[in-house]
Design a protein around this ligand. Structure first.
Ligand code: GLN
Length: 476
């Protein structure tokens, strides 16, 4: 094996050693590729000509809702138990082509529905920052965030529908980036709510977050929601703003009840930016408070429709009684046995919201509110939105607020589904409007707080730039 390959093999072996040592407790990684696959992947990396950035030789794990040819893909659900996809999802393929090394799949909330990674057929995942307590890593990409935090990989792909890479990123003290909707292909990523779902990237290194984003940021004709080349060209042609003095917006609606240490971290981050000469400005997105209810109407509606394909015939699990049922009932026992409580709750909620009696009252209204939220965000930003084509009236480069109201919580602390849903209050607005957003660790280890940077649609690079600024400010 060439020397670059040996170096990669050493790092992969370190990750595997961390999996062996820490995963029995943390339960972040649910499957690992066979040794031959690891060596084959490493042998395929071409020798770099010169030291360079990029993801070649970087060690990845992938959330269990990405189709992979080599490993089972079950979305941590019993309904897909035993399902191995006949193809690699587009993001997995792109990572492999760019020389990324995929070593395993990660734990998650079933079908990406949850905020604590406790609804999983693999059992709950624990936050590795807390070796003595059963603290949640956040969800739904809890396994990905925990795997990164515990050095079981260098980068992990998660998915973000309403905060599922940013919340676990915040709880585990790592970066969690949700790019603009439609920039990264979701082809082969199992849908939760397709108008909100994005591929997400978690890592301790902002360079690796950006390098992975660069590899995945491509038009995919096989994903009908992929932003097409014409819009990509418009994004590239947007006038470049002077980044030496940024205008950072603080949404007054984001000033909500939160833990004092979270609020303090927010103030500290803003103060540090101000000291560097950036301008902090209070702005208003009046409908922000409607984002959470809007999300919990739209996402279960889309989920209930997406999950109808799990009928015991096409994929994975079928209840034994289905085969023997003389009356002809086929679906009910399979779906009753195989979907967990949270997924069943979402199916009921979504089916209700889409029923003929409620559609106009709930789903249609939620779509209107969604549009309103999008337009209000447009009014704040200095960069035009290439999708809505609104006139620019704002002067803000990025918005900054905490990712979550609290730091990581003990498993099982929340007794009701509603309490869990409320935790998403600060993460769902970017999904509703399709905006790029990253959770950045502010502070170290258990003391870290997730600070969220949100940008205009397509302005992902400015969001990543501000994440770097925040990192640099902490080193001073
Ligand atoms: N916690 C949110 C939910 O349960 C977000 C999940 C996600 O982003 N996949 O819907």
């Amino acid at each position: 094996m060439p020397s670059a390959g040996l170096n990669v093999l050493r790092r992969a072996e370190m990750c595997l050693a961390n999996i062996a040592a820490r995963n029995p407790r943390v339960n972040a990684v649910v499957s690992v590729v066979p040794r031959e696959s690891l060596e084959r992947q490493i042998n395929q990396i071409s020798e770099p000509q010169a030291p360079r950035r990029g993801i070649a030789g970087r060690i990845f794990t992938i959330k269990d809702n990405y189709c992979t040819r080599e490993l089972e893909t079950s979305c941590a659900s019993k309904v897909l138990q035993g399902f191995t996809a006949p193809y690699d999802s587009e993001p997995v393929e792109l990572i492999k082509k760019a020389g990324g090394i995929i070593i395993g799949k990660t734990n998650m909330d079933e079908f990406a529905m949850g905020t604590n990674n406790d609804f999983s057929r693999y059992g709950k995942c624990l936050n590795p920052l807390y070796p003595d307590e059963e603290i949640s890593p956040g969800g739904s990409s809890g396994g990905s965030a925990a795997a990164v935090a515990a050095d079981m990989c260098e980068v992990s792909l998660g998915s973000d529908t309403g905060g599922s890479v940013r919340l676990p990123g915040a709880y585990c003290g790592v970066y969690g980036f949700k790019p603009s909707y439609g920039l990264l292909s979701r082809n082969g990523v199992i849908a939760y709510a397709q108008s909100l779902d994005t591929v997400g990237i978690l890592s301790k290194s902002i360079d690796l977050v950006e390098d992975t984003f660069d590899v995945l940021n491509q038009y995919d004709p096989n994903d009908p929601t992929s932003i097409d080349p014409e819009y990509r060209a418009q994004i590239a042609a947007l006038p470049k703003r002077d980044r030496s003095t940024l205008t950072v917006g603080v949404m007054e609606e984001a000033i909500i009840d939160m833990d004092p240490e979270v609020q303090q971290a927010w103030i500290d981050a803003l103060d540090a930016l101000r000291e560097q000469g950036h301008r902090i400005k209070t702005v208003s997105v009046p409908s922000l408070k409607s984002a959470l209810p809007t999300y919990f109407i739209i996402s279960p509606a889309e989920a209930s429709s997406n999950l109808s394909r799990y009928d015991g015939i096409r994929y994975g699990y079928r209840a034994p009684s289905d085969r023997e049922e003389p009356s002809g009932f086929l679906y009910a026992p399979t779906r009753t046995n195989a979907f967990g409580a949270e997924v069943q709750r979402r199916i009921l909620l979504g089916t209700y919201n889409l029923s003929s009696g409620q559609y106009g009252n709930h789903f249609e209204k939620a779509q209107r509110v969604r549009r309103k939220i999008q337009l209000e965000f447009d009014e704040v930003f200095a960069t035009p939105n290439v999708v809505t084509q609104n006139e620019v009236v704002g002067d803000v480069d990025v918005l900054i607020n905490p990712t979550a109201r609290t730091r990581a919580l003990p498993h099982g602390q929340h007794k009701s589904a509603i309490e869990d849903y409320i935790n998403d209050v600060l993460t769902v607005p970017p999904n509703i409007a399709g905006l790029p957003a990253i959770s950045c660790p502010w502070g170290q280890g258990q003391d870290s707080v997730g600070i969220q940077v949100i940008g205009q649609f397509g302005d992902d690079k400015t969001v990543l730039h501000v994440a770097r600024l925040l990192e640099a400010l902490q080193k001073h």
